[in-house]
Design a protein around this ligand. Structure first.
Ligand SMILES: Cc1cc2nc3c(=O)[nH]c(=O)nc-3n(C[C@H](O)[C@H](O)[C@H](O)COP(=O)(O)O)c2cc1C
Length: 357
């Protein structure tokens, strides 16, 4: 098992590298391929536009959510505290990063053994979704995994599917056999909805169907064009190794969020599909919603607002970024003549509101 020191160093490196241009936008996020149909005569007032959204049965002020990001080192407590405060203030859903550290009881400092539990205690208004990797779901029993849900009273549990990332960690023992069976077992035991997500390489219609068939409630496609987790892990390997070259060869691996949503068009009316990965503006979010996603996740843009050059910013700074995404989304809705999120996405789509250029 990985020791505490190497675990925490890895998490520190992840945050630093996720903010490095070398790991961002290695390939187009494809949002420029999509055009939203403008409504030059909106017949509504800007103030009529509501972003209110129901996610996992709870009401939020926006379909935007904070997408999972592990902190897992000494700055983690502060980063997650700020995100929890900001999500309570804005009434956005907060999907926390991997809780592997908690599951394995890994912590150098006993007093911050379970920092998320402490954060949940002091931010009672925040709605959390838990997160764990597929490898843990295969290795541990549902009972063991579900402790991470209980500890922060989560309203859902994300299982992240990260095959490419795991391989680029230079592990010789990546084990993903029997993944779907393990997910099925977890779904059966879980008191909260289980969500499956990628970490930036997209999910195909075929895989989404397999996940829904075993009872997964939501699939978050998390496609490419934003943070590249192959490159992040490659940059952590020996300088003279071939890993970075190999990661370059995988720079356009998988589906963008747009490609995943296009692939999943026959599912979006019936199933709960979320979008994340490479979403860099509220206009991108509007395109995801128009293509049928019911919620839209932001990872790296929010990390950038929490931490700049290693220094943690104020909660106010994060609130500004969240407000900007909401403002852009609201503006896009208004300029399409749509006053509610549910009218934009496929659940009640009155007309085709997007075109592929
Ligand atoms: C610093 C950082 C840590 C992350 N940790 C996790 C994690 O623990 N679990 C997970 O499911 N995804 C994790 N992700 C992946 C994101 O949730 C997201 O799928 C991916 O970064 C693509 O979104 P983006 O382009 O907006 O960054 C992390 C992302 C970042 C930037």
């Amino acid at each position: 098992m990985e020791n505490v020191k190497t675990f925490e160093q890895r998490k520190k490196d992840h945050i630093r590298l996720a903010q490095d241009n070398l790991t961002q936008n290695l390939v187009s996020n494809d949002f420029s391929r999509i055009a939203l149909v403008p409504e030059a005569l909106p017949e509504i007032n800007f103030s009529d536009v509501s972003l209110e959204a129901k996610i996992l049965g709870h009401k939020f002020s926006s379909p935007h959510f904070i997408s999972s990001m592990t902190a897992g080192h000494e700055q983690g407590f502060k980063i997650n505290s700020i995100l929890a405060e900001a999500s309570a203030e804005k009434n956005w859903l907060f999907c926390v990063g991997s809780q592997k550290k908690e599951l394995l009881g890994l912590s150098a400092q006993a007093e911050i053994k379970n920092d998320l539990k402490q954060i949940a205690k002091t931010n009672k208004k925040t709605k959390f979704v838990s997160n764990i990797g597929l490898e843990e779901v295969i290795t541990y029993t549902p009972k063991e995994i579900l402790r991470i849900v209980d500890s922060i009273q989560s309203i859902g549990l994300i299982v992240h599917l990260n095959a490419l990332q795991e391989v680029f960690q230079n592990k010789s023992d990546v084990k993903m056999k029997n993944g779907i069976k393990a997910i099925e077992k977890l779904v059966k035991a879980s008191p909260v909805p289980v969500i499956a997500k990628e970490v930036g390489f997209g999910i195909s219609r075929v895989t989404a169907k397999r996940l829904f068939n075993v009872g997964v409630s939501v699939v978050d496609v998390s496609g490419h064009g934003g943070t590249h987790w192959g490159m992040i892990e490659a940059l952590r390997q020996e300088k003279n190794s071939y890993f970075v070259k190999s990661a370059e060869h995988f720079s356009d691996w998988g589906f963008s969020t747009v490609e995943s949503l296009i692939d999943c068009q026959d599912l979006v009316n019936k199933k709960n599909i979320w979008a994340s990965g490479g979403v860099r503006s509220g206009v991108d979010s509007a395109k995801c919603l128009a293509m049928g996603a019911r919620a839209v996740g932001l990872a790296q843009p929010l990390l950038n607002s929490v931490i700049t050059n290693g220094k943690i910013n104020s909660t106010e700074h994060v609130l500004q970024t969240m407000a900007q995404f909401d403002y852009e989304l609201r503006t896009a809705l208004f300029c399409m003549g749509v006053d509610r999120v549910s009218l934009l996405n496929a659940q009640t789509k009155p007309r085709k509101v997007w075109y592929e250029k």
